[in-house]
Unconditional design. Structure first.
Length: 171
């Protein structure tokens, strides 16, 4: 199975692209590390989006055990992870999204045509509404860097409304 292919949901209730209400987990910059407390908190989500610097295939496998995973390649993703795409776009719960590792690599039209723009790389969590789009960086929940808090994000989609939440794993 290619790294970005989610498990194959068979019923609309299980398919994150068509569900009426979704709870997504958004992670980035795991750098090969998935803390047990992060895995515990991700249990029960409908899908997981990883904004790159995955760091190891084991990280994707452990995330896939929880939910369908959509991931892009970051600057540290080599070997088998080099097969991950640079960008990904799609639709989840009626919301169009784009996923890329570095904010500076966001295609110029995404902010105008997508509802959600997800990026990582800086390890600094960000939530910003720009026009009609939510720009979201979940921060990093991998190894501590730059004295920043360890974070990831939840995103609830209900009736085409986005409710983001940055979750601190450790300060």
């Amino acid at each position: 199975m290619p790294p970005t292919t989610p498990t194959n949901p068979t019923t609309p209730a299980q398919n994150p692209a068509t569900a009426e209400s979704l709870r997504l987990a958004i992670v980035a910059d795991t750098h090969g590390q998935l803390r047990p407390e992060v895995l515990e908190r991700l249990a029960g989500v409908d899908a997981i989006l990883h904004a790159g610097d995955v760091g190891s295939s084991e990280v994707l496998a452990r995330l896939r055990a929880l939910a369908p995973v959509f991931a892009v390649r970051g600057n540290v993703d080599t070997g088998e992870l080099a097969a991950l795409p640079d960008t990904a776009t799609g639709d989840l719960g009626g919301i169009s999204y784009g996923l890329v590792h570095r904010r500076e690599d966001v295609p110029s039209d995404w902010g105008r045509r997508l509802d959600l723009v997800i990026f990582g790389h800086s390890h600094r969590p960000e939530l910003e509404w720009r026009g009609g789009a939510l720009w979201l960086n979940p921060g990093s929940c991998g190894p501590r860097r730059f004295q920043l808090p360890l974070t990831f994000a939840f995103l609830t989609i209900r009736d085409r409304r986005l409710t983001p939440e940055i979750v601190a794993v450790a300060y």
